[in-house]
Design a protein around this ligand. Structure first.
Ligand code: GTR
Length: 443
């Protein structure tokens, strides 16, 4: 069937002409599908098909109370919204305490041409060395005199994909099969070394005085639908009881993992854990927003091209839609989220409220011009409409409802840019995140 041979994330990689041909083919396939299947294909690249929608008021509680003070926001509306995102979108984070143990696997004081101290640290989530665990790859400036502010974020292909260095341990976790890297049994290989290097401006980051901590997201929860059994789920979800509608999916599991990484960093003498920006791209940008909402210790939140389920407004029904994301990735959200498949207007919340949950902390949302799938305008509106909460908390929101020009970042106490190019993380993006962090995280 057409939709399995060409997914929309894959069609992002095609040239405009092939994309148009693919679009036509897709249309033919689309028309020949039955209604149930076509519902699952829902997406929209036509601004004139954006329905009339009303965003729920971020400053009006469910019982009608007008939220007009920081106290009311903190005591009433914020907890209510957090609960609603658990209930309707992501589900709860894994419930239960874990006792973390760490082991340093390697240390290189002269990594990145001598600019960085690089450490590999394994974090065990149980007393069993073979139980769930994650590997932190930690870079700090080689010349740092004390603890540094840092960026923390997951990578997609394993820590060894960040640098082409044979000394880095290859992840042993499940990875997606990939011909380019010779992966056909879900185990990574040497060929994947450095495959994500262009997305991690390590040298720029450490030379600007920041640390960088990255983790393979599949360590915490492998990114495929197995009925919520593997990864961290195995620690917390025992037995065959039917899954609650608000039990967390993978995004909640990944957000939980970021908080456990922060727990570890709190006792790392080289990192200033009070100045850690949580960063993520795409599905991991959805994750960084949810991590920022659920864990107020994150000092800054960065969502790079997070799209549907991230910064983009669901009610706009542009690019990827709720029905589409729940069908392609049934394991990312909670089961209740499926109630809003092609039914976004019934959602009692929208994603400007997800961003507002991080207020008053600085949030940076970024888009790419060609990344229509993620709805750049919807991502911009997400930050814009979080504005009233920032204002209530004496912070500066985005100055205008008009979307900024391409490659013209706007930074106040929140920030937004749309850069030229495709769905990716580029040096341009990192340059802006560093500039924003310089404003907000540097003492
Ligand atoms: C796509 C998905 C997006 C985004 C992206 C990614 O296939 O439709 O929501 O998360 O994957 O994470 O790269």
């Amino acid at each position: 069937m057409l939709h399995s041979s060409l997914s929309h994330s894959e069609s992002r990689q095609l040239s405009p002409v092939s994309r148009r041909i693919a679009g036509l083919l897709f249309l033919v396939g689309f028309l020949s599908m039955n209604a149930a299947e076509s519902a699952a294909e829902e997406y929209n690249y036509d601004e004139s098909k954006v329905p009339a929608y009303t965003l729920p008021d971020v400053l009006k509680a469910e019982d009608g109370t007008k939220i007009d003070s920081p106290e009311l926001w903190a005591s009433k509306r914020r907890p209510e919204l957090l609960r609603m995102f658990e209930e309707h979108v992501f589900g709860k984070l894994p419930q239960g305490e874990v006792k973390l143990r760490t082991k340093v696997r390697s240390e290189n004081p002269k990594a990145i041409n001598g600019a960085a101290l690089r450490r590999e640290v394994t974090v065990y989530f149980s007393a069993d060395d073979n139980g769930p665990q994650m590997d932190l790859l930690i870079y700090t400036p080689a010349n740092a005199k004390g603890p540094v502010p840092a960026f923390l974020g997951y990578n997609f292909n394993g820590n060894h994909s960040v640098e082409k260095d044979p000394a880095l341990n290859i992840t042993e976790s499940w990875v997606r099969n990939n011909k380019d890297y010779g992966i056909d049994n879900n185990k990574s290989t040497d060929a994947a070394r450095g495959s994500e290097a262009s997305r991690w401006a390590v040298e720029k980051i450490v030379k600007s005085g920041y640390g960088l901590i990255t983790i393979y997201y599949g360590d915490v929860d492998p990114d495929f639908d197995d009925g919520f059994k593997n990864g961290i789920h195995s620690l917390f979800e025992k037995g065959a009881a039917p899954r609650a509608g608000d039990a967390g999916g993978s995004i909640s599991a990944w957000a939980w993992g970021l908080s456990r990484a922060l727990d570890v960093l709190e006792s790392d003498a080289k990192i200033d854990a009070k100045s850690v920006a949580v960063f993520g791209h795409s599905r991991l940008g959805k994750t960084s927003l949810w991590a920022g909402a659920t864990d107020p210790r994150f000092a800054m939140i960065i969502a790079n091209e997070s799209g549907c389920g991230g910064a983009a407004l669901s009610k706009r029904w542009y690019g990827e839609t709720v029905a589409r994301i729940n069908t392609s990735f049934p394991h990312w959200f909670c089961l209740n989220h499926r109630k809003y498949n092609n039914n976004e207007q019934a959602m009692p919340i929208d994603h400007h409220m997800l961003i507002a949950l991080s207020a008053p902390r600085p949030v940076y949302v970024a888009s790419a011009e060609e990344d229509k799938w993620a709805d750049p305008y919807g991502e911009f509106l997400g930050v814009y409409h979080a504005g009233p909460v920032y204002q209530l908390l004496s912070k500066k929101p985005l100055p205008s409802e008009k979307m900024p020009g391409v490659n013209e970042p706007v930074m106040t106490d929140v920030a937004y840019h749309v850069r030229t190019g495709e769905h990716d993380v580029k040096d341009f993006d990192w340059e802006q995140y560093i500039a924003f962090a310089d404003k907000h995280l540097k003492k």
